[in-house]
Design a binder for this molecule. Structure first.
Ligand code: ASP
Ligand code: MG
Length: 451
């Protein structure tokens, strides 16, 4: 039995939090592996440092060193404290050298390298604390563990096959020998042995990749909230925690709004049917949310309502679309060239409407404008849109579900600008103007969530 546990920045953000985290790890039965984020604030600090001129490099480094050494001084003594201090200094020196090396600055992966340094420190700290509690533990960087990634700087994707081979070689034997590996989250090593990050909050994804690679029996994501909620409690104060979800429901919610998990966390565990638990490390006895393949059906119409704001609808009009199916492919191809995420898409005989983030509009238009003007009649942009994601049990099969949901949207006084139904059988996604989004979420929650 192998459990992969992931701890976020707040779960390793102070001496007290690290101790709590170490105890959670200690209490897990069987083989265990932890994947850890940087101490809270550290990644931001490193990124800020990259964004400003580097005049204060020494100050920035001193601050990082103090943050980690303070915790070490509080939790470790004697030989272990000395051991930690020596290992920590080696890693700090590597960071200093990196910052002083003019040549590496031109490397496209320089920012990934710097922003992922915090994980190398936090893993070391947690591993030493586990040792001080009498456990065998080793801190491994993604390079040492064999977590491989591919893609552009800041947008890595794990190479699952290569990673699995790497983890089976470097990590599994440790687990079998009763040692607890603590692995850096957030990044993998690319084809050229450069650190490549998975996007902000990417340690959740790292942990799912490790669970996949090791064929783990369970993935536990320990965070600072109780689990997935039926709505954002800041919008709907009476929102309730969801005890159980299936992978599709969790994936929809993670992509569209709920900020509980990095959106890519579901895929690597879904592939291997590895159950995922989201738990609060500040309240370890709480049950959290269990996400797995099958869950008991419930009677409620909706499980959760999420929203994503700051979106725009781009509508491409062309009478050619009806006669030349290739037109749709060409439009999509341009969007892909722009490297933009499409949240929903809807087509008619003469239009293709795409929902994208407002920040991506400029880049998208730049690429769409490369289409042959003879083929395109118009391109319109409608901004200030929000996507509402209503997740429910078997929504597609439930006769009248859409009528009831849109009836409630009408009651909230919102005009529906675009609908995406049928692509997923667990969610009904639609777009409303941003100024109506909060009241739509509240109305849907009130009418349809709960037993
Ligand atoms: N430390 C990284 C970040 O803050 C990765 C993570 O937290 O998952 O984005
Ligand atoms: Mg973090």
């Amino acid at each position: 039995m192998i459990t992969v546990l992931k701890f976020g920045g707040t779960s390793v953000g102070s001496a007290e939090a690290i101790l709590r985290t170490a105890k959670i790890i200690e209490n897990v039965e069987g083989g265990k592996v932890a994947v850890v984020s940087a101490m809270s604030g550290v990644t931001n600090h490193l990124i800020q440092f990259l964004e400003t001129d580097n005049a204060h490099a020494d100050d920035a480094i001193a601050l990082l060193a103090k943050k980690h050494m303070d915790v070490a001084n509080e939790l470790l003594t004697g030989k272990l404290l000395n051991g930690f201090a020596a290992d920590f200094e080696t890693r700090m020196d590597a960071l200093k050298n990196l910052l002083n090396d003019r040549y590496v600055r031109n490397d496209p992966f320089f920012n990934d390298n710097i922003s992922s340094q915090g994980e190398r420190f936090s893993t070391l700290l947690l591993s030493y604390v586990l040792r001080s509690m009498g456990h065998e533990s080793v801190a491994l960087t993604s390079e040492e563990a064999g977590l491989y990634a591919t893609g552009n700087p800041g947008f890595g994707t794990a190479d699952l096959a290569k990673t699995s081979a790497g983890l089976m070689m470097n990590v599994k034997p440790l687990v079998l020998a009763n040692t607890i590996p603590i692995i850096t989250g957030f990044y993998g090593r690319n084809e050229n042995d450069k650190p490549l990050t998975f996007g902000r909050g990417g340690s959740d994804y790292s942990a799912a990749v490790v669970a996949n690679g090791l064929d783990a029996d369970c993935l536990e994501i320990w965070t600072d909230v109780d689990g997935f909620m039926s709505a954002d409690p800041r919008i709907v104060p009476e929102a309730i925690k969801i005890d159980e979800m299936n992978f599709s429901e969790a994936a929809e919610l993670a992509y569209l709004g709920a900020k509980v998990l990095h959106p890519r966390t579901i895929e690597p565990v879904r592939m291997k049917h590895i159950p995922l638990k989201v738990k609060n490390s500040f309240k370890p006895d709480n049950s959290g949310t269990l996400i797995h393949h099958l869950r008991a059906p419930k009677n409620e119409m909706l499980r959760s309502v999420a929203m994503k704001s700051d979106l725009s609808i781009i509508t491409v009009s062309s009478s050619e679309i009806a006669y030349r199916p290739i037109m749709v492919a060409r439009i999509i191809e341009k969007i892909a060239d722009a490297g933009v995420i499409v949240y929903a898409i809807s087509t008619s005989l003469s239009t293709v409407a795409l929902l994208i983030h407002t920040l991506d509009v400029k880049e998208t238009l730049k690429h769409l404008n490369l289409l042959d003007p003879a083929d395109i009649e118009r391109i319109d942009v409608k901004s200030n849109m929000a996507l509402i994601c209503a997740v429910g049990d078997n929504l597609l099969a439930r006769c009248g579900a859409s009528a009831e949901i849109f009836g409630a949207v009408y009651e909230a006084g919102a005009n529906v600008e675009l609908i995406s139904e049928g692509a997923s059988d667990v969610s009904l996604n639609f777009v409303v103007p941003m100024e109506k989004a909060l009241s739509v979420v509240r109305t849907l929650h009130k009418k349809f969530v709960g037993e």
